[in-house]
Design a protein around this ligand. Structure first.
Ligand code: ZN
Length: 241
């Protein structure tokens, strides 16, 4: 068993045995991994504070065949302002659960980790409405997984201009001409631009805007319909949103 250093975030934590914890971490080096923290429930154990969901930092661990055994942790962000606010914890828990459900062991998950980190920072900042945060996080997650609506060209004819209508059935936009033969929802240019921005934006530029009430409502309706039709997995944490 070799000693390695993993940088990442605790997605979930559960009790095992009398004094130990089992963690699921999303890491830069090895994607999603399972890690055990021996003695992490003993009072005064240095790992106690590092083994809670949202803890982000560096974990020194011995690599076993199917899991890691943590020996030391250096937490750089506990997201303390987030975990003390009930509404933020609920949405943050949803972010963690989605990342846990969609990430795969042994796969490079650096982009997903980056999205999760930026989203938790934005949530903690209090500068964004909760529904805008959820919409941005979900849409960008779908982009990472390659299953997102086409908002750059018409799903009927491929034209890039005059995009007017969002079609759930066609997985994306339709131009004014093609929309005559298909059902869909007419959307404003600001909602279209918002979706284009989120799909193409770099992670560190993702949370740099807010929307007026009308656009935010329209964007929320479109994403809710898309979620219902194509991403219907029920997350436990959704009940609290
Ligand atoms: Zn068209």
């Amino acid at each position: 068993m070799g000693l390695v250093s993993l940088t990442g975030i605790v997605l979930s934590s559960s009790d095992v045995g009398e004094f130990d914890k089992r963690l699921v971490l999303l890491t830069k080096e090895d994607g999603r991994v399972t890690a055990f923290a021996k003695g992490a429930r003993r009072p005064n154990n240095p790992l106690v504070a590092a083994c809670s969901p949202f803890c982000f930092g560096t974990f020194e661990a011995y690599q076993g065949r199917n899991s890691y055994h943590i020996s030391k942790a250096n937490i750089s962000n506990y997201f303390r302002d987030l975990v003390t606010d009930y509404e933020k914890v609920c949405l943050g828990s949803y972010f963690l659960e989605v990342a846990d459900f969609l990430s795969v062991e042994g796969v490079d998950e650096r982009v997903r980790l980056g999205l999760l980190y930026q989203s938790l920072k934005a949530l903690e900042s209090g500068k964004f409405s909760l529904r805008l945060l959820r919409n941005i996080y979900d849409l960008k997650t779908w982009v990472i997984d390659g299953e997102y609506p086409n908002v750059f060209s018409c799903m009927g004819c491929g034209k890039k201009e005059n995009l007017k209508v969002f079609s759930i059935k066609k997985h994306g936009m339709l131009c004014g001409d093609c929309a005559k033969d298909e059902s869909g929802t007419e959307i404003s240019n600001s909602t279209l631009f918002t979706m284009q921005y989120i799909v193409s934006s770099k992670l560190d530029k993702l949370y740099t805007f807010v929307l007026n009430k009308e656009t935010e409502e329209e964007f929320t309706r479109i994403l809710a319909a898309y979620r219902l039709n194509y991403r219907a997995h029920k997350y436990k944490s959704e009940e609290f949103l």
